[in-house]
Design a protein around this ligand. Structure first.
Ligand code: NAP
Length: 473
């Protein structure tokens, strides 16, 4: 069998493993195996590519492999779970940069006569797309990383004529791309090349500017999708089938994920990208009719114990604060003592709780909370009036009744978990901090709500200690 057929067969096997692995990632029970399967697919793709006769020198590949392995291992050990979104942003950025460099290297190889493309027009267009999408992904992701890591202000940055300016830059980039693809006089092509490289890099930055706050995870997912599309375009440039397939999979899954997140927030993608949502929401919270007044009713861990001790139906609603305080093990312990006390315990999972899709599922799985106890929002809401106690742990926006009732609220229409319908609501948070949308929450002021202030993990441990001390007595 000739070498080309062997390589392409291995690429098809790798692509099948990617697709099956992705499918398995959709269910918690099969997610780990899915991840492993996709990893094996990637290993096959890398090994086969390294054996390809196009590789003429392994020195830099080995240097890259060693450096990448060391950096990857360091990240796996030291990056905290709550820092995952910025980590993903950075990885997307490197993906975009890699595609940009592939496109630029191919252009230079053609220029110095090292390769002659079979179809120069098609190759020029794919080089242009690789660099445009790769450049936007790179600087957009670096900016998103800086916002999430709080190196730069996380709020949306808005100025007059911003969208017009971005539109003009996009038109200029496409114009430079057209000149580049038309392949006229050599100096003109080179000038067009540098112009669209520079514009793509600036556009990445300016397109992410008006987005901030709670919308950043959607942007990360979109940038992830763009990094896939850049890789796909790079696959056409260097004629590599597995890069085209893998790029398409990343590109489409990123778009699907972005749309799912927008739907869960009851927003359109257009609104997320262009409305400067975070800035408006904060202003509405401060001045508008959504401003919340009233009295918060604190409780002690002993009070919380007394309420929970009598409860038979308990629902736990985790949110971003659970991740911040790393309270997943403490909450599993609480669920266990409640069950020993005769209560039925469920965990209600909102699709956008936390800061990334599946955030709560990952944390609870890490603490070995049984899958069967996890209930999705649509399934738990009809049961909510039958719940004796709802324990809201570091969740805010996803249980904000204004989303269902207050037409003036910027989050009006976002589906929520109806914690307020439980007989008693115990809210665990540190103080009066708002959710990521910047909005106040009336749930905390309702007559059936009590506030258990403090770091969520410490509060949960105190309540568990109460249960244990009674059991020991
Ligand atoms: P949230 O609205 O961001 O609220 C988190 C709450 O946790 C805060 O009110 C904070 O109050 C509390 N908290 C923080 N650290 C804590 C600690 N150590 N102990 C106890 N409490 C702590 O969280 P959410 O209800 O999970 O909502 C998620 C938000 O992210 C939504 O607006 C959603 O639209 C957005 N979002 C999520 C995704 C996703 O994929 N998951 C995607 C896009 C957008 P204190 O400061 O007073 O403690």
């Amino acid at each position: 069998m000739n070498r080309e057929i062997l390589i392409n067969s291995a690429y098809i096997a790798a692509s099948i493993l990617f697709i099956v692995g992705l499918k398995m990632l959709g269910r918690q029970a099969t997610a780990r195996r899915g991840n492993l399967l996709s990893g094996v697919g990637m290993l096959i793709a890398i090994v086969v590519t390294l054996l390809d006769h196009h590789v003429i020198n392994y020195t830099w590949i080995v240097v890259g492999l060693v450096a990448g392995t060391v950096i990857g291992l360091a990240c796996a050990f030291w990056v905290r779970m709550t820092a995952m979104p910025e980590m993903v942003a950075l990885l997307n950025g490197f993906g975009g940069l890699a595609s940009l460099l592939v496109g630029a290297a191919e252009f230079l190889r053609i220029r110095i006569g090292e390769v002659t493309p079979a179809n120069p027009g098609f190759t020029a267009v794919t080089i242009f797309l690789t660099i445009l999408i790769g450049g936007v992904t790179f600087t957009g992701s670096v900016y998103a990383f800086c916002k999430l890591a709080e190196w730069l202000a996380g709020r949306p940055v808005l100025f007059r004529g911003q969208h017009g300016l971005n539109g003009l830059m996009l038109v200029a980039t496409l114009g430079a791309g057209a000149v580049f693809a038309a392949a006229g006089e050599s100096a003109t092509v080179l000038a067009a090349f540098w112009i669209f490289v520079a514009l793509a890099l600036v556009l990445g930055w300016t397109l992410v500017m008006p987005i901030g706050g709670g919308d950043m995870p959607v942007v990360i997912s979109l940038l992830n999708s763009l990094s896939g599309l850049a890789a796909c375009a790079a696959g056409f440039v260097i004629n590599n089938n597995v890069l085209i397939v893998a790029g398409c999979l990343v590109g489409t899954s990123g778009v699907i994920l972005s749309i799912i997140m927008c739907q869960a927030m009851n927003r359109t993608l257009r609104n997320v990208l262009f409305s400067g949502f975070g800035a408006k929401a904060a202003a509405a919270a401060a001045d508008g009719p959504g401003a919340v007044q009233g009295e918060l009713k604190p409780m002690s861990p002993e009070d919380a114990f007394a309420v929970l001790e009598a409860a038979r139906q308990v629902v736990v609603i985790p949110g971003y604060g659970l991740a911040v305080s790393q309270a997943q093990h403490a909450v599993r312990e609480l669920a266990e003592v409640l069950e020993r006390n005769g209560a039925e315990v469920r965990f209600a999972i909102h699709p956008v709780a936390g800061r990334m899709p599946g955030h709560m599922n990952v944390l609870l799985a890490e603490a070995n909370v049984p899958y069967e106890q996890l209930v999705e929002m649509d399934a738990i809401n009809p049961l909510m009036p039958t719940m004796d106690v709802a324990i809201v742990i570091g969740a805010n926006d996803v249980v904000n009744p204004a989303a269902a009732r207050d037409k003036t609220s910027p989050i009006y229409g976002m589906p929520i978990i109806n914690a307020h319908e439980a007989r008693t609501v115990i809210c665990l948070k540190r103080g009066k901090g708002t959710g990521f949308s910047g909005l106040e929450n009336r749930l905390f002021l309702l007559p059936n709500t009590r506030m258990l202030y403090g770091d969520a993990r410490a509060s949960l441990q105190s309540v568990v200690a109460e249960f244990k001390s009674i059991a020991a007595a």
